[in-house]
Design a protein around this ligand. Structure first.
Ligand SMILES: [Zn+2]
Ligand SMILES: [Zn+2]
Length: 98
């Protein structure tokens, strides 16, 4: 049994999420999102998709990034360098981050 760090529910199917080396335990994705998902600085929604990152800030979508003045981003990334995606980068790029 593990205890969710958000709602303190004890649940045998709880899972761990590791962020920057720190372990978090949750009973549901809802709790994990509540605790860990970044918030778009433009529309204040929780970013649960890939999001886009510009100047160290993560936006939920390119529209929000553009509205906030980040004009270099495109929603559909064909060239890997035109926008930095937030997510499973190692898998997408196929490298180990050395
Ligand atoms: Zn919970
Ligand atoms: Zn947004």
């Amino acid at each position: 049994m593990a205890t969710c760090e958000v709602c303190e529910n004890e649940y045998d199917k709880a899972f761990e999420v590791v962020v920057a080396g720190k372990h978090h335990t949750f009973d549901s994705f809802e709790c994990a999102i509540h605790a860990l998902a970044p918030v778009c600085p433009h529309c204040n929604c929780r970013i649960v998709g890939h999001g886009v990152e510009a100047d160290g800030q993560i936006y939920c979508c390119v529209h929000c990034a553009r509205t906030a003045g980040k004009t270099q981003l495109k929603d559909r990334v064909h060239r890997p360098n035109s926008a930095k995606r937030v997510g499973p980068r190692a898998r997408e790029r196929g490298r180990t981050g050395a």
